[in-house]
Design a binder for this molecule. Structure first.
Ligand SMILES: NC(=O)c1ccc[n+]([C@@H]2O[C@H](COP(=O)([O-])OP(=O)(O)OC[C@H]3O[C@@H](n4cnc5c(N)ncnc54)[C@H](OP(=O)(O)O)[C@@H]3O)[C@@H](O)[C@H]2O)c1
Length: 292
């Protein structure tokens, strides 16, 4: 990849950001990873100063306020971080001539589809989180740049993160009963596979616009939980429940699997199956490589 000034990764202490920093360094790229404290993305002056100092050739924008229920309680903060913060980053990319990959979410969709969502399908978020991420997409795409990409991902899990497999493992090991929703269906995404996909997308100089990335496989949350406990070697029953039985501020799409065919054409391959990804995650976890 011709990086000139190197790669700036925002949200570099988050579960996707930290793994992306590692993956980019493994490719021999010059990487600057900045976390929330160093680069609060909604602060225009700080963003401007960071770009002026680093002069990145490529920005991988992983930072976001990802607390879906928190965003529902505080939509103004969701907008500030996920929409306005993304606008600050995109504007700085234009000003300093950097390419951009903005990581977005399956939660921009309303969940009424019957087949995996394609990048060109109409978004219709049903939560403030989804709406704020979609507003971020519109800021990025509004620049109409051939070197700006939106990469929507779903059900993200990886080392060092607060995520679904982590929560299921903690609960199963504590001996608490497990009840998991069976009417939320989607596709898990392992951060190590997402990081490679993101770097490939940037390196391919693919046409600008929206792409989807997730591991292969469309499953319910309940099925995913069963796979997690089984592959972790735990003998724990996983009960079923309906999403309406959970009292949560934000609604989740009932179906949010992503069609990743457009990205596969660019990369010449799909991401691995989610079971393969889960095995690698659990391998890291049991080797003690999952810091919390
Ligand atoms: N997690 C999922 O299931 C999921 C699903 C679909 C899409 N995504 C998208 O994937 C990307 C990566 O998510 P993730 O799972 O890695 O989430 P994460 O672990 O929560 O990481 C996000 C990082 O962004 C940082 N951040 C929060 N507010 C910020 C701000 N104002 N300025 C700068 N940094 C800020 C957070 O720092 P603090 O924690 O210190 O605030 C955190 O380290 C996000 O764009 C997210 O929307 C995630």
């Amino acid at each position: 990849m011709a990086t000139g000034g190197g790669v700036l990764i925002t949200g570099a202490r988050g579960q996707l950001g930290r793994v992306t920093v590692e993956a980019a360094r493994r490719r021999g790229l010059h990487v600057v990873g900045l976390g929330h404290a160093e680069l609060p993305v909604e602060d225009a002056a700080v963003v401007q100063q960071a770009f002026a100092t680093i002069r990145p050739a490529l920005v991988l924008h992983c930072a976001a306020w990802t607390d879906v229920d928190g965003c529902e309680r505080d939509p103004a903060r969701a907008t500030l971080v996920n929409a306005d913060g993304t606008a600050r980053v995109a504007d700085a990319c234009v000003r300093f001539g950097a390419r951009l990959v903005y990581v977005s979410t399956d939660f921009v969709f309303d969940g009424t589809a019957r087949a995996p969502y394609r990048p060109e399908d109409a978004p219709n978020p049903i939560s403030h989180y989804g709406a704020s991420k979609l507003a971020g997409e519109r800021h990025v795409l509004g620049h109409a740049r051939a070197d700006f990409h939106v990469l929507r991902v779903s059900w993200v899990f990886g080392p060092g993160g607060r995520n679904f497999p982590r929560a299921i493992l903690d609960r199963a090991r504590s001996g608490q009963p497990l009840q998991v929703v069976e009417d939320e269906v989607g596709s898990p995404s392992f951060t190590r596979d997402l990081a490679e996909a993101m770097l490939d997308l940037a390196a391919a100089h693919a046409p600008g616009g929206v792409y989807h990335a997730c591991n292969e496989g469309v499953i319910s949350r309940h099925r995913f939980a069963e796979d997690i406990v089984r592959l972790a070697g735990l003998r724990v029953a996983v009960g079923r429940m309906r999403a309406t039985e959970l009292v949560r501020p934000a609604r989740r799409p009932a179906f949010s699997a992503l069609d990743c065919g457009k990205l596969a054409l660019v990369r010449g391959r799909t991401l691995p199956n989610y079971l393969d990804a889960l095995e690698r995650y659990l391998g890291e976890e049991s080797a003690g490589a999952d810091p919390r």
